[in-house]
Write a protein of this length. Structure first.
Length: 188
């Protein structure tokens, strides 16, 4: 679809309703014209300020693209068990909230999230609405709370904030704020 057609597409329904209202005339025509005006205002505000439900289209398209990529390149999210192995015996040192590179996020400490998200933190199909709302909020300028991670061997494993990581990756963020707890080898 050419650029000018894509730009005019949001105006198609309000224009059709307005034309139908003029043809109908009377009370039905007035109602159709009124609805056309409301839809037109909603779409203009959405374009200017990302208000309303129509602005979710871009976030939905991004989610759909991630879902297609996930089907084409299936992979598993790395899992760091908290109750076994080095994490179970590690000394925990809370470092506080700081920006960390998104690329340093290697996996999760939640076994259910390790099943739900893939290695690229592409979201599960059932998370479409939540993911899209979060993506839309970030695109509109909202600041999301920091994620929570463990740092182990120079890599980060998500404790809380899997969808935020997914959205950050999808939007090309280089850093994300995180509440970091470092796992040090026992006896350190």
């Amino acid at each position: 679809m050419s650029g000018w057609r894509r730009k005019l597409r949001p105006a198609a329904l309000p224009a059709a309703l307005l034309a139908g209202g003029i043809v109908l005339g009377g009370v039905p025509g007035f109602i159709a014209g009124f609805v056309a005006a409301l839809l037109g205002i909603d779409r203009v505000l959405d374009r200017l300020h990302s208000f309303g439900g129509w602005g979710m289209d871009d976030a939905g398209r991004r989610f759909d693209r991630l879902a297609r990529e996930r089907r084409r390149h299936p992979s598993r999210c790395a899992y760091l068990a908290e109750d076994a192995g080095p994490a179970a015996t590690a000394k925990r040192v809370r470092l506080g909230v700081m920006p960390i590179p998104v690329a340093s996020i290697a996996g999760t400490v939640d076994p259910h999230k390790a099943e739900a998200f893939d290695a690229e933190f592409r979201p599960p199909p059932y998370g479409r609405r939540r993911w899209s709302e979060m993506c839309h909020a970030v695109q509109a300028g909202a600041a999301l709370p920091p994620i929570s991670v463990y740092r182990h061997a120079g890599l980060h494993y998500v404790r809380d904030g899997h969808h935020r990581v997914s959205v950050a990756r999808a939007l090309g963020a280089t850093d994300i704020d995180a509440d970091v707890t470092e796992l040090l080898p026992a006896g350190s």
